[in-house]
Design a protein around this ligand. Sequence first.
Ligand SMILES: Nc1ncnc2c1ncn2[C@@H]1O[C@H](COP(=O)(O)OP(=O)(O)O)[C@@H](O)[C@H]1O
Ligand SMILES: [Mg+2]
Length: 444
Amino acid sequence: MDLQITRRQQSFIQAEADEVLFGGAAGGGKSYGQLVDAWLYALKYPESKQLALRRTFPDLERSLILTSLGLFSREVAAYNSSQHRWYFVNGSIIEFGYCDNEKDVHRYQGAEYDVIRFDELTHFSEYMYVYLLSRLRGSKPYPRQIKSSTNPGGVGHYWVKARFIDIGAEGVEHKVRDENTGEVSTRVFIPSKLDDNPFLLQGDPGYAKRLNLLPEKERKALREGNWDIFEGQYFEMFRREVHCFEPFAIPASWRRYVAFDYGQDMFAAYFAAIDERENIWVYKEVYKDKLLASEAAELLQSRIDEGEKISAFFAPPDLWNKHSDTGRSTADIFAAKGMGLTRANNDRVQGWYDLAEWLRVYDDEQGAKTAKLKIGSNCLNLLRTLPALQRSERNPNDCAKDPHELTHAPDALRYLVAGRPWAEKPRQESRFAAGARSFMRLGR
Ligand SMILES: Nc1ncnc2c1ncn2[C@@H]1O[C@H](COP(=O)(O)OP(=O)(O)O)[C@@H](O)[C@H]1O
Ligand SMILES: [Mg+2]
């Protein structure tokens, strides 16, 4: 095979970190670099197994598979198109795969790979990535790595940025402790620029010009490979350093609430406390899938500490619908377990606006950035999904309902603010307003 590679592709191929990201401008040669790297690895390590992924099968077919058919020499490998696998004469395998949705990752449950490659990593969710990390294993003493390539933007922009770009200088290996598992791994980010790829620049001189014509945000992402944009993020103001707090003992005097979203697919509940200045502190998370309403109620109850007084349980109005078989509603089931629910307004757009107000970043008296609503670092799913939530394409004032997996925790938080929680001792409240509030409270 007559191969030439760019300097950046060489850095990607030689990178030894446990997790490598080749990311940046479109056309920098990232996908091509993946294939060359896969090819070299397969030849170097006999009987090695690699998995190369795109989010959907059509994407996979159009990109990696098509390019590999033009690139790989038939002298040492043969392609099986029904299995999407390259079989090498030395016993190595390169398998192409995809995962349309979260559950698709379980297809790879029994599998083992020496190297897993994600192309267009920002199209994947962090869950998919972390799940597939666990499929990295084998009996041979080969280097095991996850190697990814991507443009900025897309549903996974935020977590990919946090995982690879926000950890420190580019091109340098960083030792990072995973917040969820506590495992330490090495990660490196190798930036990719269009100008690094002479093959494309010479073959298609108009390409750079066409990218320059894109609207600013897209141009920044695709032409410059800039990560400091997030096309489509709803809560653009979200900053982990502002909105996230380390858990502490919540003072007994702060009023506490629970807000939750319940569906058969996910039960997402949040405990929140309000301090005297009417800041909301979200301090406990319950996040579990596939629960019956009675199981969800029991789980929630088990997470209420002894003596922990909850002023209200906010839930969306549809939980008052009667189930046709039993004639009881989910609200009835919670009530039977001693948790009388309070109906939270489910006006989506108004609710997101309210939430955005709570999350607005401003300077406190000392000039430090702060916000009225903060989330405990133990609320992993909320911290993961809230910043990843996308704007709806049909109604830019609303959040997208897709990927569905991102919506559960933010919906619960929306019910919390829609429930209009109030503090024990609101500051500077007129007697009239206080009276109106307690009147409303009686009316609930
Ligand atoms: N080393 C190389 N040799 C020949 N062509 C290359 C090389 N690297 C990239 N290319 C070509 O440049 C174009 C862009 O590369 P690609 O890998 O698709 O970029 P990216 O994935 O970063 O958007 C493709 O047509 C690809 O075939
Ligand atoms: Mg590509």
